[in-house]
Design a protein around this ligand. Structure first.
Ligand SMILES: [Zn+2]
Length: 75
């Protein structure tokens, strides 16, 4: 994974981060920030090592479009 040093979008600390498209549950519409029915939106997030451990919970294996996924076991 390509890593760069910048501000983590989750904890706002300067850190070595990776960029990911991550589904986020939003609770406001994006024009004026008014509360609305929750919806899922993919966002490009820079996340530090600590939050990679917390957020990236699916491991995958695959070839030629046939993939399998497994959720990480809790520690
Ligand atoms: Zn962070």
């Amino acid at each position: 994974m390509k890593k760069t040093i910048t501000t983590c979008d989750v904890c706002n600390k300067e850190a070595e981060v990776v960029s990911v498209n991550y589904p986020v549950v939003f609770h406001t519409e994006q024009n004026e920030g008014r509360a609305c029915e929750s919806y899922i939106s993919q966002q490009k997030l820079d996340i530090c090592e600590e939050y990679q451990q917390k957020l990236l919970m699916l491991d995958g294996w695959g070839a030629q479009g046939y993939n399998s996924y497994k959720i990480k076991e809790g520690k």
